[in-house]
Design a protein. Structure first.
Ligand code: ADE
Length: 228
């Protein structure tokens, strides 16, 4: 199977490139895409660069140009749910764009005509992830991710987004990637390991934990490939 593995930052993809070692690098549309064989699968790996626009572009390219048949996103997130601690894994069952705002016209936050507020991920991939977690004896949380083009490090912003969307965590790419996959009918899986708690001082936690948490998530995604 052709599987896209997408992250946003080098830290989120380099653990996989180090493990795979043999890969071809293709430069396209101001970014790099890495092709590698992994067991019976052809992998297409990339880090999109941060944010919804960059991740939309990369996800689209991985599907339309490189013909990915399924897309697995790996990376880090800021925890909103107090049950989520730094290092914990969260699989998104649905995602929203908390910064998509035409409330001036009476619409709910996160809604634009033609779309729903929430975009769902693939239930079969999410179930497979639970199987993997059980086998590894790892705790895997499942919940709602709120995506937007801002690093959240503010208790007031965090509380507001959590309240409006009942979000468990925030990041900057998941909803846009899930929207691309939904539109192009490609199964989508979004996994995040917590790097911070999105409140005061989140930027310091992020710097301390991004590498470790990104690695935790990347390793888990490769275990999912083993099962596909
Ligand atoms: N990714 C990891 N932590 C984050 C945060 N606090 N806000 C947005 N994206 C993140």
């Amino acid at each position: 199977m052709k599987i896209a593995i997408l992250g946003a930052m080098p830290e989120e993809i380099s653990p996989l490139l180090e493990k795979l070692q043999n890969y071809e690098k293709i430069n396209y549309a101001n970014n790099s895409y890495y092709l590698a064989q992994y067991k019976k699968h052809e992998l297409i790996l990339a880090y999109s660069k941060i944010g919804k626009v960059n991740s939309t572009l990369s996800a689209s390219i991985m599907i339309e140009k490189f013909k990915a048949e399924t897309l697995l996103f790996t990376g880090v997130a800021g925890a909103f749910n107090p049950n989520l601690k730094i290092g914990d894994l969260l699989v998104a069952n649905k995602l929203c764009q908390y910064d998509l705002d035409i409330t001036a016209f009476g619409h709910p936050l996160g809604f634009v005509p033609g779309n729903e507020v929430f975009v769902k991920t693939d239930e079969k991939l999410n179930a497979l992830a639970k199987e993997v977690a059980n086998e590894l004896g790892v705790k895997l949380h499942e919940g709602i991710i709120a995506t937007g083009d801002e690093f959240i490090c503010d208790e007031v912003k965090k509380s507001k987004i959590r309240e409006v969307f009942n979000a468990d965590a925030c990041e900057m790419e998941g909803a846009s990637v899930a929207l691309v996959c939904e539109a192009l009918k490609v199964p989508c899986f979004i996994l995040r390991a917590m790097s911070d708690e999105a409140g005061e001082k989140a930027e310091f936690d992020f710097d301390e934990f991004v590498v470790k948490s990104a690695q935790t998530s990347a390793e888990f995604v490769l275990k999912i490939c083993d099962k596909l």
